[in-house]
Design a protein around this ligand. Structure first.
Ligand code: SF4
Length: 403
């Protein structure tokens, strides 16, 4: 049931967002129609929308905001896609093109371990060996058939040799690869970004990005659901989609979560323009757009973890807390954000102080959220043992360091 189902019929034609908000029920999701009205709410109604979203967050996870202390491992920045907003990807031979060696992976992970990190986030380009003979040669030299085979081995290496827990983001995955990676990592992720197929058109954000076809991404997320793999996904806003597209994307994620219960978090990421990208002159989404999208996401999914990366939203941390997020995502005391290298992560002490200024406690979580731990720990083996060793009685990081 959605809250709109509880609304008196007399309000069906009301135009005021305030009226919609007056009939929200704690813990119950709003309908798509209500979300469409709220995401376009006026500045006058915005404080009421934020208050409703914050109340929904407090009903879900009171008093706490989490983050994951991580190292960022850009296993390879070669990628067969050419997303218009990406500064991460390289072609072979371009300055900065790099595939990490196992020694590099382990060295970064061990340095992170010393700094209290509990997550090894693997970010990498999608299937570079399909396009580039140079990547095929690199993989052959390393002794692997594909980038995914190499990623699987590096997740296993991290799991075996360190106390960190891998969280891979390798792009589209088949059922077989979800199963293989789930054996060596407690959670994984794939940003849906948007359900708008028009962004695949020539000149649009996903032109020449075959792995960004929404139906293919939905298939990967659904397959993870069928296998009960705790899964991170989310939206990228400001890449040419409309507010209606954002609602459609959120509803697609909610639908998969309703069917499989595996969406452990939804990231609302905002496009940031950079001088070197094809979309350098595309306007970034405003703070108001961001707040409306986050608040509506919270009301559409009142019992799902909602995350916003703080480094892409400085200095608006307090506003995001008001909009109902309950997680700041992965933050590294060691490695830069290789996807947005010009946006440093906030100092953790600063983040803690600003989180506390809104009456919330900052806690360190693992890459898998507490409520999803049983899905992983119920299967005996090294992964389960490592997770049990890393968790505290709340399901958060046992080795929590002061922020
Ligand atoms: S955003 Fe991801 S898929 Fe797109 S070009 Fe960059 S690395 Fe490749």
């Amino acid at each position: 049931m959605t809250t709109s189902a509880l609304r008196p019929a007399a309000l069906d034609h009301a135009s005021s967002c305030a009226l919609e908000l007056a009939y929200l029920q704690p813990g119950l999701p709003i309908s798509g129609d209500v979300a469409l009205r709220l995401i376009r709410c006026s500045g006058e109604d915005l404080p009421a929308l934020l208050a409703a979203a914050r109340a929904a967050k407090e009903n879900f996870k009171p008093g706490v905001i989490t983050y994951s202390r991580k190292v960022f491992l850009p296993l390879t920045n070669l990628c067969r896609d050419y997303c218009g907003y990406c500064t991460f990807r390289r072609d072979p031979g371009q300055p900065g093109a790099h595939t990490m060696t196992p020694e590099e992976v382990l060295a970064v992970a061990r340095a992170g371990e010393r700094l209290g990190c509990t997550e090894a986030l693997f970010s990498l380009g999608d299937k570079p060996e399909v396009l580039f003979p140079e990547m095929r040669a690199t993989l052959h030299h390393l002794g692997y058939k594909s980038t995914l085979h190499y990623l699987e081995a590096m997740c296993e290496l991290i799991l075996r040799e360190t106390s960190l827990l891998p969280h891979p983001n390798p792009g589209l995955l088949s059922a077989e690869w979800i199963e293989r990676l789930a054996a060596v990592s407690p959670s994984m992720g794939l940003m849906l970004e948007t359900t708008n197929r028009a962004l695949l058109a020539p000149g649009a954000a996903h032109d020449n990005a075959p792995d960004k076809v929404p139906a293919k991404r939905l298939r990967t997320i659904e397959e993870a659901g069928k296998q009960r793999v705790p899964f991170t996904t989310g939206l990228l806003i400001g890449i040419g989609e409309t507010p209606e597209d954002r609602i459609d994307t959120l509803l697609a994620i909610r639908d998969l979560h309703d069917r499989y219960g595996h969406i452990q978090e939804v990231i609302i990421q905002n496009f940031r323009a950079k001088p070197t990208i094809p979309m350098a002159h595309v306007p970034e989404p405003s703070a108001g757009e961001m707040l409306r999208t986050v608040a509506v996401a919270r009301l559409l999914m009142p019992n799902v973890n909602i995350q916003v990366p703080p480094n892409l939203n400085a200095p608006y941390y307090e506003g995001l807390l008001d909009a109902g997020i309950n997680d700041w995502g992965g933050i590294s005391p060691l490695t830069p954000d290789y996807i947005n290298p010009e946006k440093p992560w906030p100092h953790l002490e600063q983040l803690r102080l600003r989180t506390e200024s809104k009456g919330l406690q900052l806690r360190q979580r693992l890459p898998v959220y507490p409520e999803f731990l049983p899905a992983v720990t119920s299967k005996p083996g090294l992964l389960s043992e490592k997770l049990q060793a890393a968790r505290d009685s709340d399901g958060l990081a046992k080795s929590e360091r002061p922020a």
